[in-house]
Design a protein around this ligand. Structure first.
Ligand code: AMP
Ligand code: MN
Ligand code: MN
Length: 345
């Protein structure tokens, strides 16, 4: 197969969509007001994809650039050294009538909060994503559920715009790729993923230093908080038709007692999902009175994205989330009822 032949990968983005995205960026970005948006409570893929692409636009000579995300305007400590952070603007301070909006790693408009309305006011919009549950909003849509991270889509669009990778763009895209593949361990860690990682590392990145900063560093108080929250975990071997579930919860009071910020809880699913006896793991994290952000993971036997979608959330087959209401026990009861045989993979 030569380079000039289109490679039809199932679930991949059609050539006309790539062409439309390139044409849209070339038409509206130079000389226009460009707004980049990623999802609420941004993770490494959301921030890395958005800032990596923003830096790419800057290399193209685009100067009116703002990058933002809804909700509390706080960059989690692991990402406070990410290149391109100077482009971040609080959501309530961004332009209300951009020429071009680019959206990163957003599965549903609800994940953009009040920023969702700006999509309709913009002259053009491009959505870059990889969620199987993506709801189909936006103008030009580059959504590839087979991509390991949104940054895979970003790298290809930058390439098609003739923006070369430099070390800063590469660091953003590497953090995004490493985050969503669980440091190259999860399901979607294909040869293509390692080839992309090789291109990124070749710009001079130091993976060990980045990994320590992103994954292997947390305050002492966060470790003590994890100890409390893990100590109350419950094992339910009979849940999910006998596939088993483990769950725990963390309250705002837990965070306050240990002097920790909410984002530290994003790493808590990792020890929980290692429990050998079960397929499904769950962390229920309080965000307000009676409101909980629920993280779901499966080892491969349950489509937790389908479960999350029935509960108003979304995600990927083996990693998903939704917003729960009531007490942690009530949230888990609602969830337990959705772990039905048709959610089996
Ligand atoms: P998390 O457990 O927060 O790491 O999220 C796992 C995956 O589910 C990520 O791809 C999220 O984008 C997605 N996700 C989490 N919560 C929601 C939600 N409320 N709605 C849609 N997607 C979600
Ligand atoms: Mn994400
Ligand atoms: Mn992602």
């Amino acid at each position: 197969m030569t380079d000039t032949v289109a490679r039809p990968v199932p679930g991949a983005i059609a050539d006309e969509d790539w062409a439309a995205a390139v044409a849209t960026v070339r038409e509206y970005a130079p000389g226009g007001r460009v707004l980049l948006i990623c999802h609420v409570n941004p993770d490494g893929d959301a921030l890395g994809s958005m800032l990596g692409f923003a830096l790419g636009l800057r290399r193209l000579g685009v100067h009116d650039l703002q990058a933002t995300f809804p909700g509390e305007f706080e960059v989690p400590a692991p990402f406070t050294a990410m290149p391109g952070l100077d482009l971040l603007v609080a959501a309530d301070a961004v332009t209300t009538d951009p020429d071009l909006v680019l959206v990163f790693d957003v599965a549903a408009e609800s994940r953009m909060g009040a920023l969702a309305g700006v999509l309709d006011r913009a002259r053009a919009s491009v959505v870059l994503d990889h969620h199987a549950s993506n709801t189909g909003f936006g103008g030009v849509r580059l959504v590839d559920p087979a991509a390991a991270a949104t940054s895979v889509v970003v790298e290809e669009l930058l390439d098609r715009l003739d923006v070369p990778l430099d070390a800063e763009i590469a660091e953003c895209l590497y953090i995004a790729l490493a985050t969503d593949t669980g440091s190259f361990r999860f399901d979607m860690t294909t040869p293509r993923v390692h080839e992309m990682a090789a291109r990124l590392i070749a710009t001079g990145l130091r993976p060990a230093e980045i990994s320590r900063r992103i994954f292997d560093s947390r305050p002492f108080g966060a470790m003590k908080l994890f100890a409390d929250v893990l100590a109350r975990a419950e094992l339910e071997p009979g849940a999910a038709g006998g596939l088993g579930m483990v769950w725990t919860y963390a309250t705002l009071d837990d965070l306050a007692r240990h002097g920790q910020r909410p984002y530290v809880l994003d790493a808590l699913i990792d020890p929980v999902r290692c429990v050998a006896e079960v397929d499904v793991s769950v962390v229920v994290k309080q965000v307000a009175d009676g409101e909980w952000a629920v993280s779901l993971r499966s080892k491969g036997a349950v489509d937790v994205s389908a479960v999350a979608v029935t509960l108003g959330g979304g995600g990927h087959r083996l990693a998903a989330g939704f917003t729960g209401h009531g007490t942690p026990s009530e949230v888990i009861k609602t969830l337990r009822e959705q772990l039905t045989p048709e959610k089996r993979i």
